[in-house]
Design a protein around this ligand. Structure first.
Ligand SMILES: [Zn+2]
Length: 285
């Protein structure tokens, strides 16, 4: 635990982060029930009067995908978000990094907002700069948005033109990838950006995506366990739910299996190094 706290401190001081696979969690209370690294959305945390105290490292999803899909733009203001993230960092603790209020670039999202890729990128970069300036001590990470490889490279240039050298950033979020991971285009995008020296976190990566381009990522998060569990009977021993789509036992078991599979394929040196995970107790399981 002491080492993990030390790691948290180092990351908050913006030295190189440890590599993380973050388990997507619907329930904020999981933060105080397990110490596996979690990914929790602002949409799940906001409005909670009492916040959990995190046992392990976690990162914050801004909830932009849902907010843009639902409303065609951000309803949350920059000030609200800043205030919320400051509160999470203070009260929950162990916050490794926080996504900015970014704008995804899937074609259906552009149709929803009525804006262009360049416009979404410009607003994403502006928001990152504004959050960083307003709260330099909060661990906001820059996020690349785009659709084609040329878009993502243009987004890198846009950060550079605004004085942000992404190669020097401890972590760079890679957005708009979660719905098209079986395509070779994504592999090319990840490889090209990783070769530039970017330390990428892939948002919403699924098994197919991990299998294709895990070596180009230093971090990923996934909620894929939930959709998988929804289609299945509950785990033996689970009582009180019809399926395990919201089940901590299912989620942590899924995580163990994913980590074991990728460790066996030789990915320890890329995706899963840093923390002692799977933790020693889980490894034997
Ligand atoms: Zn269950």
């Amino acid at each position: 635990m002491a080492e993990r706290q030390q790691a948290t401190k180092e990351i908050n001081n913006t030295t190189a982060p440890r590599t993380l696979f973050l388990l997507g969690a619907h329930h904020p209370s999981w933060l105080e029930q397990v110490d596996v690294p979690l990914f929790v959305s602002h949409r799940r945390l906001r409005g909670q009067q009492r916040l959990p105290r995190a046992l392990g490292p976690w990162a914050l999803d801004s909830g932009g995908f849902t907010e843009l899909a639902k409303y065609g733009g951000w309803r949350t203001s920059e000030g609200e978000y800043l205030e919320a993230v400051a509160r999470y960092a203070e009260e929950i603790g162990h916050l490794q990094w926080a996504a900015p209020m970014d704008w995804m670039c899937e074609p259906f999202m552009l149709a929803r907002t009525g804006r262009s890729v360049a416009d979404h990128q410009a607003t994403t970069v502006e928001n990152y700069l504004a959050l960083r300036q307003a709260a330099p001590s909060l661990p906001f990470v820059p996020v690349l948005q785009g659709w084609t490889l040329a878009d993502y490279l243009a987004c890198v240039d846009r950060y550079a033109a605004n004085g942000v050298n992404l190669v020097a950033a401890p972590l760079v979020g890679l957005g708009s990838v979660c719905r098209r991971q079986a395509t070779s285009e994504i592999g090319q995008i990840v490889t090209t950006l990783a070769e530039l020296g970017l330390r990428l976190h892939g948002f919403g990566v699924k098994r197919a995506g991990l299998a294709r381009y895990a070596a180009g990522l230093v971090g990923a998060d996934s909620m894929a366990w939930s959709a998988e569990a929804r289609r299945r009977a509950p785990l033996p021993g689970c009582r009180g739910h019809r399926n395990c789509a919201n089940c901590l036992a299912y989620a942590t078991g899924w995580r163990r299996a994913v980590l074991a599979r990728y460790a066996a394929r030789g990915y320890q040196g890329s995706l899963f190094d840093g923390y002692d995970w799977p933790p020693a107790g889980e490894r034997a399981a």
